[in-house]
Design a protein around this ligand. Sequence first.
Ligand SMILES: NC(=O)c1ccc[n+]([C@@H]2O[C@H](COP(=O)([O-])OP(=O)(O)OC[C@H]3O[C@@H](n4cnc5c(N)ncnc54)[C@H](O)[C@@H]3O)[C@@H](O)[C@H]2O)c1
Length: 371
Amino acid sequence: MADKSIGTESLASKKVKKVTRRLRWAFVGTGGISGTHILALQQIPEVEIVAGCDILADRRAWFLQQPGCQNAKVYADYREMLRKEKIDVVDVCTPNGLHCEVVVAALKAGCHAYTEKPMAMNPAECAKMCAAAKKAKRLLGVGFQYRFHAATEMCVRAIRDGLIGDILYVKVHAMRRRGVPNWGVFGRKELQGGGPMIDIGVHQIESSFYAMGEPKPVAATGNCWTFLGNKPSKVVSCWPGWDYKTYTVEDLAVGQVRFANGALMQIEASFCAHLEHDTYFWELMGTKGGYNWNTRTISTDLAGTMLNAQAGFLPEQNFGSLFVLKLQNFVDGILKGTPLRAPGESGMAVQKIIDGIYRSAEKKGAEVSID
Ligand SMILES: NC(=O)c1ccc[n+]([C@@H]2O[C@H](COP(=O)([O-])OP(=O)(O)OC[C@H]3O[C@@H](n4cnc5c(N)ncnc54)[C@H](O)[C@@H]3O)[C@@H](O)[C@H]2O)c1
């Protein structure tokens, strides 16, 4: 059996799981991120990978060589896969523009649906997906792994224990100096819904929003700029040679969202911007204390002193181990009724924040309301 340890989990806490039922799992989209899902699923014995669908023959061939996929069936058309295979879970790893269509079809076919982030292109699509899940009485989960991060959980505990007080302001950073993906379709607005705000801002938004307790967003302002990504570049960078000719998304987006409880979230996200270094984190300020996700530090006043209390220990995690946690939560939701940490409704609330910023940017930064 695969090693089931996560980070620094002690050997003493390891238990051999008794698996009573294995979920029949199928992928739609067997590109880059499906590989991380497949590896994570090797650590979840309640899952059996039975099928994969991709429009590209080389991706189907690649899929069949992945661990646990050798006996799976492959398809070029997901509708044919849904018709022919007996599937419990459809895991959607396509570009964003297909998440809604595939999720709705999977739910209608009686499967549970899990979709990669962002949930969809816009809130209207999210609403369709949630309604389809409700109608089908199936679970819909969204691939928000950063709410499983130990630094996010530490903040949740600090808030729960009253160390932060009322949350006033959250600053969210998802900034790359020069990091336009040179694979996939990340520069194409018609297939992705937007650029860095929807693609990487979403990670920092979903986790900070979760820590805040998911207050209702009511209004947004924002601006978007494109000034580098749509031009050829000879500058040395980590992912050179992106397709600048089809690049229609923003390079840099900055927005502010107001919540019903009066709190504000400011978000900055970039694929390219002239800044000293990349930043991916958020910080939160309340009436009693603050929290910095990056340094895992609670800032408060104690013993007549402004004190910074940093975590002495948090479990070690990496990108892959966060995927194990997020997928295990979905599996447990199906098999044991465990509450989902990222259900469709939460994905829709995050999408409303992103969409509010994009809508405001289209109106030259005028405030827009969020329903
Ligand atoms: N959670 C995370 O940290 C994370 C990281 C990377 C990507 N993602 C998300 O995962 C999704 C996919 O990203 P990726 O990096 O794997 O992109 P990718 O381009 O590598 O893979 C997408 C795959 O979908 C396939 N596809 C396209 N149309 C299809 C269709 N009609 N039917 C079946 N397959 C189809 C493509 O051929 C491709 O192989 C995106 O929504 C992205 O935002 C999430």
